[in-house]
Design a protein around this ligand. Structure first.
Ligand code: F0G
Length: 362
């Protein structure tokens, strides 16, 4: 084998790859962790479970991003632009993943010689342990607010109005710009656009970003966008602000999403819909993904698959469709949920072959 077959040019992140679609110039410093280029994996078991003739289901595994979620696509843009504009601090409210990503990319900005402080506000007691520890270890100042995400977002909006700190929630348009690149990748990986894109909806930035991406990348044959809220946190579906949102999928425990209108437009313009999935449906899909596909994600991510299974049962998915479910975050983010909802237990045994053989049933 010669060198050219051994070494392919290395991937340098979404800005490097898609700059012609992004608001960057030669003057923009690129703050990157080589995010993006995540796997699109065929899901044979879920395809079968849907029981729709000719259906093919793929999973876009965004948990393979550097901090384990799709937020890295938006954060490389947000931090690159913040550095370009001379900002010295960023802030966000977060259910966990945005804060992990913001903290990591702030560290990366510092590695590139910029001064960059990072402040994150998270709802106390409702952030998965992996995410909280990420924000802490990447050097952010972590503020646990006694209140929910919506309250934390209101607070950060007030802070950025008064102080020279850049907001890096998805209200920051550069976040959406970066996140839309996942739609480009899906089309390139499939060699065509999917017919349906299934996605969890929380603050509604990501559904907005995918739809923007598909609209910019494709002239015709855009996918139907089907978005799923958790039934206890479903303001868009119920068309009213939920004061006390509840769901085991803490990442999407949001009662007043920032991109509410845009999510509705994405669904209606694409011929799709916004629906709800119960916590039980989320847990079932979460277990199926792990046990029957070998793919780990966090509970909120499983809402896309739970939603597809529900829609298939209701015959809302057309035969012969190619469906992509977005798995937004890595399973290792939330070990507590994994253990709590997992079907199997971890057995304890003496260090003895006979005991072990007896236990494993051989
Ligand atoms: N899935 C995961 C794993 C998330 O972390 C989020 C949002 C979503 C889905 C929903 O995406 O908000 O764009 O509709 N997490 C935000 C955060 C709110 O703070 O990490 P969305």
């Amino acid at each position: 084998m010669n060198q050219s077959t051994l070494f392919t040019p290395s991937w340098k992140g979404i800005i490097d790859c898609y700059k012609k679609y992004l608001p960057v110039s030669d003057k923009t410093p690129i703050i990157s962790l080589n995010e993006g280029n995540t796997p699109l994996i065929f899901a044979p078991h879920i395809t079968k479970l849907c029981n729709i003739p000719g259906l093919t289901v793929y999973l876009k595994v965004e948990g393979a991003n550097p901090t384990g979620s799709f937020k890295d696509r938006g954060m490389t843009m947000a931090l690159s632009k913040a550095c370009e504009e001379g900002s010295k601090a960023i802030i966000c409210a977060s259910t966990g993943n945005t804060s992990a990503s913001a903290a990591a990319f702030a560290a990366r900005a510092r590695a590139n010689g910029f001064q960059m402080d990072c402040f994150v506000l998270v709802p106390k007691g409702y952030v998965a342990l992996g995410k909280l520890s990420q924000a802490m270890i990447y050097g952010a100042k972590v503020v646990q607010v006694i209140g929910n995400f919506d309250e934390a977002l209101k607070l950060v909006k007030e802070i950025v109005d008064k102080y020279p700190i850049t907001l890096v929630n998805s209200l920051n348009p550069f976040r959406i710009e970066g996140q839309k690149t996942s739609a480009f990748e899906v089309c390139e990986q499939l060699g065509r656009a999917p017919d349906v894109l299934a996605i969890p909806v929380g603050n509604a930035g990501n559904i907005t970003a995918y739809w923007k991406g598909f609209c910019e990348y494709l002239k015709n044959d855009k996918p139907k966008m089907i978005g799923f809220e958790a039934s206890g946190s479903a303001p868009i579906f119920y068309d009213k602000i939920i004061e006390k949102p509840e769901t085991i999928a803490t990442a999407i425990r949001i009662g007043n999403p920032a991109s509410w209108k845009q999510a509705l437009s994405a669904a209606s313009e694409s011929g799709g819909f916004i629906d709800i999935v119960t916590d039980d449906e989320i847990i079932e899909a979460y277990k199926i993904l792990h046990r029957d596909e070998g793919i780990a994600c966090e509970p909120a991510s499983a809402a896309s698959v739970a939603g597809l299974l529900k829609s298939a049962k209701l015959k809302k998915i057309t035969p012969e469709s190619t469906v992509v479910c977005v798995l937004t975050g890595n399973g290792l983010k939330d070990p507590d949920s994994a253990i709590k909802y997992s079907a199997s237990e971890a057995h304890e045994v003496k260090a003895d072959v006979n005991e072990i053989v007896k236990l494993i049933g051989f």
